[in-house]
Design a protein around this ligand. Structure first.
Ligand SMILES: NC(=O)c1ccc[n+]([C@@H]2O[C@H](COP(=O)([O-])OP(=O)(O)OC[C@H]3O[C@@H](n4cnc5c(N)ncnc54)[C@H](O)[C@@H]3O)[C@@H](O)[C@H]2O)c1
Length: 278
């Protein structure tokens, strides 16, 4: 069987960089980003400009859409341009080029106010593991409760993908990703990391399974995390629909360095020593 031609928008970024080695073994990859990446077919363009990016989509079987502003605190102007307009344009350019499937990097922030406001999710994110009511009712992909404009913009992307699927028949798979940083090990520095961690190899597998899932998976929204003991998001949909079999687990042991300067928490923004909010 011919290797699938896969375009990765935002492929020069963190997730694109850590998953590309694995994906390139299976697929013919190209990227579309604001900057070029050496050693891979690169299209330089801004997804806010639909006409400029259209050539990158020609002849592609699948588009993995990672491009956009990934910051939980991103201001409206950036979210509007890069995530709202950008995602619509990626879907439109895919439709015009006859691409069969778009895999969309959505985010846990689409349900981000659950762990901010509701026990027992909150207990996990605060590190009060003894207060967690068991068994925990995991958050499902049917739920939405965005915690920021960024989360709202990704929820918009999920809806736009559903619309393009029903109207034009494009397969659309949204992955509500937890946390992926360049270096692994961050996940044990704060409680929410133990819940949100998505290892590099699990991220690569999740993208691979999403690209390869049968055509019968027309539309899906699933969570993308490792098989974390402290997870608050359900993984059954990704397992059932995509055949995702995560290999990693962030575990239950925190390694908070009380002398560490403030660091960035994906869910809570900037935290100070001991995981206290600043
Ligand atoms: N890394 C995580 O923990 C995480 C968690 C949840 C969701 N996500 C989502 O996954 C995707 C990738 O995340 P990442 O961590 O690799 O982010 P990143 O910032 O490292 O990479 C994003 C890439 O998109 C490109 N980009 C931004 N705006 C663009 C535009 N207008 N036109 C073309 N390219 C543009 C950037 O140049 C960058 O290379 C993002 O959409 C993000 O929202 C990431």
């Amino acid at each position: 069987m011919a290797r699938k031609k896969v375009l990765i928008t935002g492929g020069a970024g963190t997730i694109g960089t850590v998953t590309r080695p694995g994906l390139s073994e299976r697929f013919d990859l190209s990227i579309l980003d604001l900057k070029e990446v050496e050693g891979v077919e690169s299209h330089v363009g801004d997804i806010a400009d639909v006409e400029a990016i259209r050539p990158a989509f020609e002849g592609k079987d699948v588009v993995v859409h990672l491009g956009g502003d990934p910051r939980g605190q991103a201001p409206w102007e950036s979210v509007l341009r890069n995530n709202v307009v950008g995602t619509r344009n990626v879907l439109e350019a895919s439709r015009l080029a006859g691409v069969g499937r778009v895999v969309f990097a959505s985010t846990n922030h689409v349900v981000g106010f659950y762990p901010e406001k509701d026990e027992s999710y909150r207990a996990v994110f605060d590190g009060r593991f003894g207060d967690v009511r068991q068994p925990m009712e995991l958050l499902t992909a049917q739920q939405t409760r965005p915690c920021c404009l960024y989360g709202v913009s990704k929820g918009f992307g999920e809806l736009m993908g559903s619309f393009y699927h029903d109207l034009y028949g494009i397969s659309f798979i949204a992955l509500r990703i937890g946390g992926v940083l360049c270096e692994e090990g961050w996940e044990r520095r704060w409680p929410s990391g133990l819940a949100m961690f998505l290892s590099h190899r699990d991220a690569a597998q999740l993208l691979e399974r999403s690209i390869d899932a049968p055509a019968s998976v027309g539309h899906a929204v699933v969570y993308g995390i490792s098989d974390n003991t402290m997870k608050v998001h359900e993984l059954d949909s990704a397992r059932r629909l995509l055949g995702y079999r995560p290999q990693d687990d962030a575990g239950v042991d925190l390694a908070l360095d009380t002398d560490a300067p403030a660091y960035y928490d994906i869910a809570h923004g900037w935290l100070g020593p001991g995981g206290k909010r600043v």
